[in-house]
Design a protein around this ligand. Structure first.
Ligand code: DHB
Length: 392
């Protein structure tokens, strides 16, 4: 079997790349270890930057997003028991974010690829990447029936997430990993309840951070900072609601609308970057190359931004044989990656409770939140980073 671009992983990066390449007439095969139903049902992130939305519309996969996505013109930062609004639209000259869950993005991309006759192999597990430094790299994989297969490619795109085979295929001596682990995680829930606020609420409280988000008018997504080694079984519904209510409580009397909790999970928090994002003809993108802590909702958007750059570079190569954009891929993508790393780290640091922090740090944190919510330059910086830079 052979193709032009072998793509490992049918997440946002892999599927978006396959669709972008198809629009240029470049052929790809996507190999995904999980079944289609699992990808289409697993609930993950929810916030799309303006440029992610614009790109999806431009390339013909934005119809349902336009219809069902909910535009958020701003967000609320909550501290000292009060909400403070950051108006994205006003501060960025009209840019906003859209709440549209990641698994809905994936459904739209999978449908678009399959409708166009695209080749996505689900339950196909890549075992090795061979000869990445040669002009004809190869992927070895086990197909759904358990048979060993191989795929010859011109290029390989590693879009297989933090725990995939792509990043480890770059020899240790050829890459540098940058890692920061945070001493806390996020306890996430999905519940059957109406929204508690019209916009997302990022809350800083002495007991720790909480985030009030949404999925649909009937289903809400909420998170609270927790011990990363805690177990979801330790948390009854009553205990979860008591903790969440405490973290958003305040003199304005704000209360969360409670409802049956039907999913609980704990997400660890880390910041990670692998440099460079290329080894020979292997290019890594999205979580395969970097992880951000969820505060600020950059993960999916960064994956899309990476493959936007990669698609252009591959387009140039197939158009005139020139390598210049491919050679620049890592450096170009990393500039945005590090900007998002800084933003996600900054939002995390400003809003979470650090065990070792003393009273000085608490006061400093509150002063920073006061600066961000009461001065235009600081609010603008948050807003611009949140809605994201234009692509390219
Ligand atoms: C969601 C997650 C985030 O990390 C965030 O910053 C905003 C929203 C969410 O899952 O809805």
């Amino acid at each position: 079997m052979r193709t032009q671009v072998g793509i490992i992983g049918a997440g946002p990066a892999g599927l978006m790349l396959s669709h972008l390449l198809h629009r240029r007439g470049i052929e790809s095969v996507v190999l995904e270890s999980r079944p289609r139903a699992l990808i289409e049902e697993t609930i993950r992130a929810g916030i799309l930057e303006q440029s992610t939305v614009d790109l999806m519309v431009e390339i013909g996969v934005g119809e349902r997003l336009k219809r069902e996505g909910v535009i958020h013109h701003g967000t609320l930062l909550r501290f000292n028991g009060q909400n403070h609004r950051i108006d994205f639209e006003k501060l960025t000259g009209g840019r906003v974010v859209t709440l549209y869950p990641q698994h809905e993005v994936l459904k739209d991309l999978i449908k678009a690829r399959l409708d166009a006759g695209g080749d996505i192999r689900f339950e196909a597990k890549v075992t090795t990447i061979e000869e990445a430094e040669s002009p004809q790299p190869r992927l070895r994989f086990t197909d759904r029936e358990g048979r060993a297969q191989s795929l010859e490619c011109d290029f390989i795109a590693g879009c297989d997430g933090s725990y995939g085979v792509s990043r480890p295929a770059i020899p240790d001596a050829k890459r540098e990993d940058y890692l920061r682990i945070y001493p806390f995680g996020w306890f996430g829930i999905l519940c059957e309840a109406p929204p508690s606020a019209e916009e997302l609420v990022y809350a800083r409280h002495e007991r720790g951070f909480a985030l009030i988000s949404s999925r649909t008018p009937e289903v809400q997504r909420m998170y609270f900072q927790c011990d990363p080694n805690d177990k979801v079984e330790n948390w009854s519904e009553d205990r979860i609601w008591a903790e969440l209510q405490a973290r958003v409580s305040g003199e304005d009397g704000f209360r969360l609308k409670e409802g049956r909790i039907f999913q609980k999970n704990i997400v660890p928090m880390r910041s990670f970057v692998c440099e460079p994002m290329q080894y020979g003809r292997l290019f890594i993108a999205g979580d395969a190359a970097h992880t951000v802590p969820p505060t600020g909702a950059k993960g999916l958007n960064l994956a899309v931004a990476d493959v936007f750059v990669l698609d252009r570079a591959l387009g140039r190569f197939y158009a005139d044989g020139s390598h210049d954009l491919l050679d620049a891929y890592s450096e170009t993508a990393l500039r945005r990656v590090w900007r998002a790393q800084h933003f996600s780290w900054w939002m995390t640091s400003m809003l979470h409770r650090f065990e070792e922090a003393g009273e000085f740090d608490h006061r400093r944190q509150l002063a920073e939140l006061d600066l961000v919510t009461s001065t235009v330059p600081a609010a603008t910086s948050l807003a611009q980073n949140y809605v994201g830079m234009p692509l390219g």
